[in-house]
Design a protein around this ligand. Sequence first.
Ligand code: IN0
Length: 412
Amino acid sequence: MGSLGAVLKHPDDLFPLLKLKRAMKHAAKQIPPEPHWGFCYSMLHKVSRSFALVIQQLDTNLRNAVCIFYLVLRALDTVEDDTSIAADVKVPILIAFHRHIYDREWHFACGEKDYKVLMDQFHHVSTAFLELGESFQKAIEDITKRMGAGMAKFILKEVETIDDYDEYCHYVAGLVGLGLSKLFHASGTEDLLSDDLSNSMGLFLQKTNIIRDYLEDINEIPKSRMFWPRQIWSKYVIKLEDLKYEENSEKAVQCLNDMVTNALMHVEDCLIYMAALRDPAIFRFCAIPQVMAIGTLALCYNNIEVFRGVVKMRRGLTAKVIDQTKTIADVYGAFFDFSCILKSKVDMNDPNAEKTRSRLNAIQKTCRDSGLLNQRKSYVVKSNPRYNTAFIVMLIIILSVIFAYLSAKRTN
Ligand code: IN0
């Protein structure tokens, strides 16, 4: 659907969309003048768009550390993701990456588009990294070392069991949670939150990405990337790629629902983590990706389109999440609402229907028990066709007035 069509269908997206556009324009103007920091912040805007905006709101020292942490991880990810690099070349680079970040001379050409530029000009990232405070540098180095080693392990090994799946997600995302918790603590505003809770924050995001990106990963050239655990998909098909074929649609959706149910396991830890945060900017930084993740799961659940193309939250809903995620009450509200949507999609013939429903009930109970649900305005409501018609009529009247005004001006 085009953007005008989407706004006509969801008129209450319009103001958050305009606000987001304005904020992005403003953020793009705030690129620092020093060439290395300028490179890092413009790269951040290119590779993460809306997320860059949330990073921008952090206090300066923490913002710089998170920006560099994000780019170092993206660079590591670019090496891991590049299926054209042979394993015997890739593994030593991943294992030594935590040392390369101290070396302004180091560089390795790989990746595509913006990621290629990031890799080619990595010296800017190293230069900026070396200007961070020592506790920030140590935290980033430690996580990069553990993540590189974990990625190297999984270059040589497939994700077979659910334990492997949790271990792989720990390396590529759970460790990001551990690192961020250290950076927040080092910045002086937060207690050091537990490794388990920090890990769950990353696992919930990464499992959502792995579910959403099934088709992109399986169709990767020259070699498929496979992150769905065999222990789950082998209950439904013989080979992971069979899920994309039309004749397996029913099994594919059941497998997808199984994967979503597995991801939902982390939600309660994530809610505890977010409730423990004190600084409002850090809170928003953590909460926005989490709300987007539960929104994405609600969209993907029971949705065959995951196996046919890209399933993404519409831009207007993303803008709304960014605009309306400010407090823990907003987060409980969003998780409650998206759980309602998920519940309404559970088919009683699905083999995991009972398990899924009980997870959703547990999430909703946590949200209800917070006592904060009635303090919010629910934003995940179905659009009312009566309001849509009123909006379209209003829009036509405004456009007619502007047109009449411009025509009158031209005749004068
Ligand atoms: C992230 C995470 C992230 C943010 C806040 C708290 C976190 C706590 C634990 C773990 C990760 C946390 O958020 C980003 C979000 C992001 O990049 N969104 C993209 C959208 C997209 O689809 O890629 C955007 O353009 O807005 C995230 O996904 N990851 C990430 C990476 C580095 C850092 Cl410092 C923080 C990636 C991942 C793999 C999930 C950890």
